[in-house]
Design a protein around this ligand. Sequence first.
Ligand SMILES: Nc1nc2c(ncn2[C@@H]2O[C@H](COP(=O)(O)OP(=O)(O)OP(=O)(O)O)[C@@H](O)[C@H]2O)c(=O)[nH]1
Ligand SMILES: [Mg+2]
Length: 328
Amino acid sequence: MPANLPPQYHEAEKAFRQARAIPEKIEALENMLAIMPHHKGTDHLRAELRTRLAKLREEEERRPSIARRGAQFRIVREGAGQIALVGQANAGKSELFASLTGVPAKVADYPFTTQSPSPGMMRFENVQFQLVDLPAVDFREAHSWLYSSLRDADLLLVVVDLSQEPLSQARRVEEELATMRVRLHVAGDAPSAGDFQAWKKAIIVGSKSDVAGAADNFQSLRTAYGPRFPVAAVSALDDGSLASLGKTIFQALEIKRIYCKEPGRQPDLDQPSVLRKDATVEDFAESIHKDLRQKLKYALVWGSGRFAGQQVNRSYVPLDGDIVELRT
Ligand SMILES: Nc1nc2c(ncn2[C@@H]2O[C@H](COP(=O)(O)OP(=O)(O)OP(=O)(O)O)[C@@H](O)[C@H]2O)c(=O)[nH]1
Ligand SMILES: [Mg+2]
């Protein structure tokens, strides 16, 4: 192994080692080749990587086309979080997606209606989330690229149909996720190594709450899953249920909105910075400009402070909705 490879190369190599699906492996190898400097010392390694890449591309060509479409399905993230819809066929994912985003989606009462991912933006107050409608989790042909969509998401909406027995559906979803080495992350559980490659925060969503029997089914869903996950009931026909899902999503993403105030000016309340819930004033400063973390001396806070405009230090953790004036 040539010694003088840049650190980015080792990162790309790590991504290659962790990649499971062929398109991901190909992408990681391409990155490694792009990063590797051209000189005598790297000739041998370069040739070796090219051979591996050619083999993977051949293998990829031989796979059925639905499995291969993954590479062209990569979704560019937008907004305050990317949220993937996961569930069995006919669970109501696409109907929910269309109701929440306004993006038309094919909805039908036969299984495997959705065959490719579709992104759409959903508004909650003054933030936007990106929802990704996906094929059914038991659509095995799509597993190779479905895995990447799930891994990229910040949060999963596990959709189960309240017109059917919901617990067996939820369990089936967990089983299918496990075959892709994705596991639902329970609050308070420390992600550990082991067989799972992705631990994902999740909301369990009971869909079609307008149908007969839905209330009883929701009750058993909440009893079984409520202690470990946020559980919500929704119907495409009930706007209130859709609106309250927005809040549940915001909370599950563990984010907050911070408004920036310039000295002597009014804060801009339309454009919050969206940060992790535990972010400090100095994290906020860095999100505004990379040099600001260094230059920051103190900040003034309106909202969570004991009084308006209270002076706080760089490690202060502001709350959702706080206004912060940075002083350098
Ligand atoms: N009553 C009622 N029916 C719904 C609701 N949401 C979806 N449905 C019906 O459930 C069926 C399946 O809906 P889809 O949204 O296509 O389900 P899906 O989970 O996207 O299914 P696949 O794409 O096959 O994985 C359709 O017949 C919908 O009309 C709802 O809120 N209430
Ligand atoms: Mg669908």
